[in-house]
Design a protein around this ligand. Structure first.
Ligand code: PLP
Length: 384
């Protein structure tokens, strides 16, 4: 029997409202039908309604970060990496020195960006399943007064590990250095308050926990820091100082704005509020995470991370020690059943990942577990 025929006869195929598979990945993610429908309009970039929409979205994003009083939100076209690169290029001056806290691929990417930008940096690295060591950070900042900035990934999506952001921010503030946060996979779901966790800037994007569509990122930056960053950026398009100036003077983006993406983000932000804000979204993701973790453990899978290190964003599972478990086949069969999962990104172990974020809830988490159970049985795997 072919794969298609087997799946045709299965009664556990799940579909979203649009008939697309659910994206249980680090992003892009499954969005609500209403977010998708919000894009059924065309606006010119100079249209008064779009100018208002941009200002409104930026204000809402500042509010989520509890940063309305002392920070400014600067949107940036492109994926999340564009926003991270723009943040580093604009805020770390050519004579600055960055201490980059790395425990995964997105931390590594910050180092790579610094190499491109020709910024001086050093790395404090821990293994992919170990959180950033705050004591080591404290010692390094005490010993090296030439470090001007510290960068960290809030949730390192490579593994799903949560870094101790509050403690990191406290130490960086005590040493009077600037903290730059990549909050890509947490913003909108895990708390990040500029009043409680002091930061100079953070970057995130439209399409992860905010549940918008991909196409833009944004940075939330201390006003004074942004005001003194003129001329730092090496790049015309990634200059957040210039982008902010343009928005301030005309309300317009400097270059063609991602209009439909902004419409979707405006709708997604309304839906975040309607859900009850970050606390409620975090609760839903934690529930998704619990169902997935416990269900997978019951099926015999082991997680890479200890529970206390895990963010409720994406879970990394170790590839089972069974020759019948072939990831590509597992992936394709789950895909045909309506669920897209993700390969692993860990360097020292064979793994795969399943996300808990997006417009999904307990039904979809239970659905994927059912689909995994059927898939394993089709692959002839009873136990690991
Ligand atoms: C923590 C983190 N930083 C940066 C990125 C890069 O974002 P993008 O792929 O949108 O460029 C991702 C993507 O998953 C991420 O999880």
């Amino acid at each position: 029997m072919t794969l298609e025929k087997k799946l045709d006869s299965a009664d556990d195929i799940t579909q979203s409202a649009t008939g697309d598979a659910y994206l249980l990945t680090p992003g892009p993610l499954t969005t609500s039908l209403t977010v998708k429908e919000s894009m059924l309009h065309d606006y010119g970039s100079r249209d008064g309604s779009f100018i208002e929409l941009t200002a409104d979205v930026c204000n809402r994003l500042l509010k989520i970060a509890d940063a309305e009083d002392h920070h400014v939100c600067v949107p940036m076209q492109g994926s999340g990496t564009f926003a991270v690169e723009a943040m580093l290029a604009t805020l770390v001056p050519p004579q600055g020195k960055l201490l980059n806290l790395v425990n995964g691929a997105y931390g590594q990417r910050i180092s790579e960006i610094c190499r491109y930008l020709n910024r001086d940096f050093l790395v404090q690295e821990s293994a992919e399943d170990v959180a950033v060591d705050v004591e080591e950070l404290n010692n390094t900042l005490s010993a090296d007064k030439s470090i001007t900035h510290v960068s960290v990934i809030y949730c390192e999506t490579t593994s799903g590990i949560l870094n101790p952001l509050e403690q990191i921010a406290k130490v960086v503030a005590e040493h009077g250095r600037a903290l730059l946060i990549d909050a890509m996979s947490t913003f909108g779901a895990l708390p990040l308050s500029a009043n409680k966790t002091p930061f100079t800037a953070m970057a995130a994007s439209s399409n992860k926990c905010l549940q918008g569509v991909p196409g833009m990122g944004f940075c939330i930056i201390e006003k004074d820091t942004l005001a003194s960053s003129e001329g730092n950026a090496h790049s015309l398009s990634l200059d957040l100082y210039k982008q902010a100036q343009g928005l301030k003077t005309s309300g317009q983006w400097r270059f063609t704005p991602p209009v439909h993406c902004m419409l979707a983000l405006a709708q997604a932000l309304k839906e975040l509020e309607a859900e009850g804000g970050i606390a409620s979204r975090e609760r839903r993701y934690r529930e998704n995470h619990k169902i997935l973790r416990e269900g997978m453990q019951a099926l015999g899978f082991n997680t890479l991370l200890a529970e206390e290190l895990q963010a409720p964003i994406i879970l990394t599972f170790l590839k089972p020690d069974n020759p019948a478990f072939e990831f590509q086949q597992f992936y394709s069969r789950l895909n045909a059943r309506g669920f897209v999962i993700y390969p692993g990104k860990i360097t020292h172990a064979e793994t795969f990942r399943i996300g808990c974020i997006g417009d999904i809830g307990s039904n979809e988490m239970e659905g994927v577990l059912l689909a995994i159970k059927s898939t394993l049985s089709e692959m002839g795997i009873d136990k690991f």
